[in-house]
Each structure stands twice: as C-alpha cells, then as structure tokens.
Design a protein. Structure first.
Length: 402
C-alpha cells in the first residue's frame, strides 16, 4: 500500500528514512527496476534488447518522449541535435578561466549551469516550446562541453563539432582529434561507447536524478537542475565509482597484485577501503548492466589488442568476492561501473574523464525525469522533514560569560 504525504497532517507522524531507502518521492512511467530479479527496463523495453539493437539517440528519444521514434522522428531528432552542437563563442572563454588541472566533472557542471546564462534569462522555464528547445540544446551541447573540458586538461586546442558525424562519433572526434589532422573514428569504439551510454541512460530515482528532480521542484530551469545532477554524480559513491575502481585496481597492482590481501582489508573494514564497483542500493542479486559490460570489456580489450593486467585483477577480485560469504551475505555484486573503466581506458580516456562519460550517458534520463516532474500535477516542491535531536530551548549567554 502507499501512504501519502498527508499522513503527517492527519496523524502528526513523520517517517524517518535516512537515504530514502524506502520512501518514494514521485511516481514515474520511465524506468522499471526489479532489484531482486535483476530487471531493468526503459519504458517497458528490457535493457538487454536496447543494448543489443538500439542506439543512444533512439533510447534518448524513447526516454524523453515515451515511445520509440519512427525513422522520420529519429532523423529529425538527430538533425535538430546536430544543429545545436556548437557552443556560444563567449562560452569558450570559461574554459580558459579554469585551472589546467581542474577535474572535468567540475568544469562540466559549471558549464552546464552557464548555458542558462545564454538561453534562459527572460523566459518561462516551463513554457512548452522553451522546454523542447532546451532539451535539444542540452543533448547537443553537453558532448561539446565534455570534449572541451578534456582538451583543456591536456592543453590542446578545442575542435568545433563536425555535424556530418553522428552523436558519439562527433564526441570522439572532438575529444581525440587534433586540428588540421584528419581523424578516423573507429567504428568498434563508437559502437561500444554508444552501447555504454544506452546502459547508463536512466536508472529511476538514483542520487543524481533525485537531485535533478529536487532542484527542479523549486521550478529552477532545466540547465540549473541538470548541473546539480552532474555535481551529485561526481561523488565516488555514485558516478565517481568508475574512476575509483580504476584507482583501486592500480593500487592493487602497485602493491604487487595481492588480490586476496586487498579483499582482507575490505573485510576488516579498514577506513576508506571498499570494494569499489561492488554493491548497489537496489540490485541485490546482480546488476543486469554489469553482465553486459563485463562481456563488452573482454571483447573490446581483445579486439583492440590491448590486453590490460587490470582486467585480470578485476576478474580475480570478482571471483574471490563472489565466493566469499562476507560479500555473498551482504548481497554485494559487481555494479555497472566495475568494468566500464577498463573499457574507457582501452579507448584512451584518462581516468578523470570516466565520470564525465557516465554523465553523457545519463543526460537523457535526467531530462526525461525533469520533464515528467514538471508535467505531473502531483509535483510539489521537495521538502523532506527531519527529526530534531539538538538542544532544548536555552537562553543566550553573552560572549564574555562563556
Ligand atoms: N565494499 C565493501 N563492503 C560494502 C560495499 C563495498 N563496495 N558496499 C556495501 N558494503 C557493506 C557495508 O559496509 C555494509 O556492511 P555492514 O552491514 O557490515 O555495515 C553492507 O555492505 C551494506 O552496505 P550499505 O552501505 O548499507 O549499502 P547502501 O545501499 O547504503 O550502499 C552503495 C550502496 C553506496 C552502492 C555501496 O554498496 C558502495 O559504497 N559501493 C561502492 C561504490 C560504488 O560502486 N558505487 C556505485 C554505485 S552504482 C552507480 O552509481 C552506477
């Protein structure tokens, strides 16, 4: 049964639920997860089918508009996005202002927020037409921003988008291409990255999506809401986990590759030592995305002829953990991020870009959830309650008497 928020008014009871483990803050038609059965579906379509047969732009359309597009609808959506991929020239200056070693996630969230200074000022953020154009602008410009953030970090010139290329191809060229030299996008890399974006495209009310909804519930515009989501994704317990997994594997290798030794440290709960890329709030048997990614990691590394000793370490870790009662009894399994970092690394992305790639993938989900939120008549400003545990009433003491 569902108890609604009026319970408080009627009874004076407040539910205490740190981390919202058991509290629904909205109803949604977008994504279905059954954590015990390992099921993930976007708008009813199983993730396995979408990963195998669909494309990131098609899935974005599905999430945002509710149905798979016809060929014409998809072509129009694609064309519209291509036309908006350029950033305002003034925006390029922002990138000059950030320190060279800035984390690209911090650059991404700042730049996404800055988009609203160019396109949002005097308009009603919920005006229908405005929502449509903002959706396209965001989808179109975030890959450009992400590539610029990367170019900035390595001190290379930025490339303008090439709108003859598809979404992922364009992003790869802007990221890895250099001016005045031709750049051939590797179709295998493009296909796999597209598929990884599909796997990340939505995951119902996770930390960053809930953030987008909470910020949006105050009627903040789409860019402001999504930049807040980017910041929520930054943390190592959420999107930052893909970076943290690689750092963990590197540390194990640097220490001589002692996998059982590392697992012992995790089990002893040494401060700050966790099996990154393991565990999930909702999936308690397996993460269906992880199975797809593991296969892709093995394929990509073999296909690109880039064997990585870290893949062997990862597989050893998984094998040991899945046979160990500590992890089994806590229902800890690899999540989507356990193997993605190895793929991104093989593609040539530096570790700091991994979470940015997650953000690119999650973008249509944030947009779809924000749009659902603003069109839901049940939406109210998000405002959790608290259980106060501080001091009882007491009198002010002047500073000389303290
Ligand atoms: N390594 C070791 N122990 C773990 C891990 C882990 N990765 N995750 C959970 N545990 C342990 C906890 O210590 C706890 O043990 P205890 O009962 O003895 O105290 C038990 O398992 C339950 O864990 P909680 O922290 O209560 O689980 P919660 O649902 O709050 O956390 C989370 C989920 C944040 C994903 C957690 O598993 C974690 O920190 N994992 C590592 C980070 C990670 O991979 N994050 C990515 C998540 S998926 C995503 O964003 C795409």
């Amino acid at each position: 049964g569902i108890a609604t928020g009026n319970l408080l008014k009627e009874t004076g009871f407040v539910t205490y639920d740190p981390g919202f483990v058991n509290t629904a803050a909205c109803s949604s038609e977008i994504t279905y997860i059954d954590g015990d059965a390992g099921i993930l579906r976007y708008r009813g379509y199983p993730i396995e089918q979408l990963a195998a047969n669909s494309s990131f732009l098609e899935v974005s359309y599905l999430l945002i508009y509710g149905e798979l597009p016809t060929a014409q609808q998809l072509a129009e959506f694609d064309e519209w996005i291509r036309r908006h991929s350029l950033l305002h020239e003034e925006m390029r200056r922002f990138f000059d202002g950030f320190p060279r070693d800035a984390h690209p996630m911090a650059v991404l969230s700042s730049a996404v927020s800055a988009i609203s200074t160019f396109y949002q000022d005097s308009l009603d953020p919920f005006d229908r037409e405005h929502v449509e154009i903002s959706t396209v602008r965001l989808m179109a410009k975030v890959p450009t921003i992400a590539s610029y953030a990367y170019k900035k970090s390595i001190g290379q010139a930025m490339l303008y988008p090439d709108n003859s290329l598809g979404y992922v191809q364009n992003f790869l060229r802007m990221t890895f291409g250099v001016p005045a030299e031709p750049y051939e996008v590797d179709p295998v890399v493009a296909r796999i990255l597209d598929m990884l974006f599909v796997l990340h495209a939505d995951h119902e009310q996770n930390c960053s999506t809930s953030t987008v909804r909470l910020v949006g519930s105050s009627q903040a515009n789409l860019f402001a809401s999504v930049s807040a989501g980017v910041n929520a994704l930054f943390g190592p317990l959420h999107g930052g986990a893909n970076q943290a997994v690689l750092e963990m594997l590197d540390e194990i290798r640097a220490g001589g590759g002692d996998v059982p030794g590392f697992v012992r440290r995790v089990k002893n709960k040494e401060p700050g030592v966790k099996l990154m890329g393991f565990g999930h709030r909702v999936y308690k048997n397996y993460d269906p995305r992880a199975a797809i990614v593991k296969q892709a990691a093995q394929d990509v590394l073999a296909r690109m002829n880039k064997p990585d000793p870290l893949l062997d370490l990862a597989m050893q870790l998984e094998e040991i953990a899945l046979a160990d009662d500590y992890f089994v009894s806590r229902r800890l399994y690899p999540n989507v991020d356990f193997y993605t970092g190895l793929i991104y690394k093989a593609m040539g992305f530096p570790t700091k870009m991994f979470t940015v790639l997650f953000a690119l993938g999650r973008l249509p989900g944030w947009i779809a959830q924000w749009r659902e939120m603003i069109s839901d008549p049940e939406t109210k400003i998000g405002r959790p309650r608290q259980v106060y545990t501080g001091a009882a009433e007491r009198d002010y003491v002047p500073v000389e008497k303290r």
